[in-house]
Ligand binder design. Structure first.
Ligand code: PMP
Length: 457
């Protein structure tokens, strides 16, 4: 290594060993102070310094089971050696990065691998870095193919944070970013509302998740997705399925649309594709649609981005698919999901604060109900999440339904970890049942005290 390389490597090690007070101060000054403050107020602030597999380790040396798994983007656990080895192999081969002006081996191999896995005729991929970007790419494809303006999406559907993705995200808080362009948000599961929108024949695409993840782990009513696909064909609109959180084994099959016997016109992938190491996303579509949108010498580069499948990202994705395939992790997610579902149901049965437990494979939600004393379900959910953290389990509520706790471990989770989760949940709920209000009042007092302490000069 050159002197400079030795120095930069040492620099990274130094930063990683920085005292957490400095990390908090820099985050507050230069990234997002309110975020740090909110973690602190909730009692959720931890300094995670290392991670291997499902285990996270904090600065005090305490270990936690990661049942959030980067919202699904750490499918093989942290720092999976097979993904790291693939990325290192690409670095050691001194491949050119972001050359853009030539066909490249790793994106080509990854696109071919995805084509072989994806259902139906989905065989053309376009790579990007984030789920939001891939959703935007899919929406653009739909406009280019149909030359229609409108998008139809579901309330509480989450598709991302870029302008296109926000436009189809069913979150009323995003109102401050309007206008988005023509869109219709319909209730999840309501086929009639979708048909009413499609009948106007100005709809470029309907976009849905096969299971609403951030919306509260909402499963589709039987036959819903198949019917939407049929209606899209009937009215000349594209059907986009956003498998950013559900794809690549999470729910017990390679893609969740397979459960429903549906092949969309466009499928969106991200999160798990990264192997938890290098961000990468994709939309995957049929050759005829791709040709219609971009199939001329003038238009073939009309949708482009610099990071459209960098070699390290593609190496991580190829390795991730290989590991999921070799270890049969999709089938395993199905089997473990049955165990998890049974455990969650048994631990919560008859509990006055649990309204429902639902999920598929290794994506589950525990929906909490408002207490008899009127304590908001979202507050109870946060109380539960913090108590689980105290018991060494990391999880969080879903973004658009904050009364639902998600259970989303890496696909490599062991049966014993699932038992640990269920036991911890049972224990926390037992305290909850007897001391709900007292605990919540206690939490409220603690929050107020912390606020006052922070405010006092
Ligand atoms: N679609 C779905 C279904 C998602 O869950 C997410 C992220 N939670 C996104 C899109 C956006 O992905 P990203 O955060 O990588 O932009």
């Amino acid at each position: 290594m050159t002197d400079l390389a030795t120095r930069t490597a040492a620099l990274i090690r130094e930063h990683l060993a920085a005292p957490h007070e400095r990390v908090h101060a820099q985050t507050s000054a230069h990234l997002n102070g309110k975020f740090v403050e909110s973690l602190h107020l909730l009692g959720y602030l931890r300094d995670f310094v290392s991670a291997q597999g499902i285990e996270l380790v904090d600065a005090r040396g305490r270990t936690y089971l990661d049942f959030l798994a980067g919202y699904g983007s750490v499918p093989l656990g942290h720092n999976h050696p097979a993904v790291a080895a693939a990325v290192k192999a690409a670095i050691d081969a001194a491949v050119p990065h972001f050359i853009l002006m030539a066909p490249e081996a790793l994106p080509a191999a990854l696109a071919a691998r995805i084509a072989a896995l994806a259902p139906g005729e989905l065989s053309m991929s376009f790579f990007m870095s984030s789920g939001s970007e891939a959703v935007d790419g899919a929406l653009k494809l739909a406009r280019a193919v149909t030359r229609r303006p409108r998008f139809v999406a579901a309330q509480r559907g989450y598709h991302g944070s870029t302008f296109g993705a926000m436009a189809v995200t069913g979150d009323p808080r995003l109102e401050i970013f309007e206008p988005f362009g023509p869109r219709t948000l319909v209730p999840w599961g309501d086929v009639g509302a979708i048909e009413a929108a499609l009948k106007k024949r100005d709809v470029a695409a309907v976009i849905l998740e096969p299971i609403q993840a951030e919306g509260g782990v909402n499963l589709p009513p039987p036959g819903y997705l198949r019917e939407v696909a049929r209606l899209c064909t009937k009215y000349g609109s594209l059907f986009i399925l956003d498998e950013v959180q559900t794809g690549l084994g999470r729910t017990g099959t390679w893609f969740t649309c397979e459960h429903e016997g549906v092949v969309p016109d466009v499928m969106v992938l991200a999160k798990a594709l990264s192997g938890g190491l290098v961000p990468i996303s994709a939309y995957v579509t049929r050759p005829d649609l791709w040709r219609k949108a971009y199939g001329t010498l003038q238009s073939c580069e009309l949708h482009c981005t610099t990071y459209r499948g960098g070699p390290l990202a593609c190496a991580a994705a190829l390795a991730t698919i290989e590991v999921i395939d070799t270890l049969g992790l999709a089938t395993r997610a199905h089997t473990l999901g049955e165990q998890l579902g049974r455990g969650l149901r048994a631990a919560t049965a008859g509990h006055p604060l649990v309204r429902e437990v639902r999920g598929r494979g290794l994506l589950w939600g525990i929906e909490l109900a408002t207490s008899k004393d009127g304590v908001a379900a979202s507050l109870i959910a946060q109380w539960l999440v913090v108590n689980l953290l105290e018991k060494g389990i990391v999880t969080q509520v879903t973004t658009l339904s904050q009364n639902v706790i998600r259970v989303e471990p890496p696909l490599t989770v062991e049966p014993a970890h699932l038992d640990q989760f269920v036991t911890a949940l049972r224990e926390v709920l037992a305290t909850q049942a007897t001391g709900t209000l007292a605990s919540l009042v206690g939490l409220g007092k603690q929050l107020i005290k912390q606020r006052l302490d922070a405010w006092r000069p």
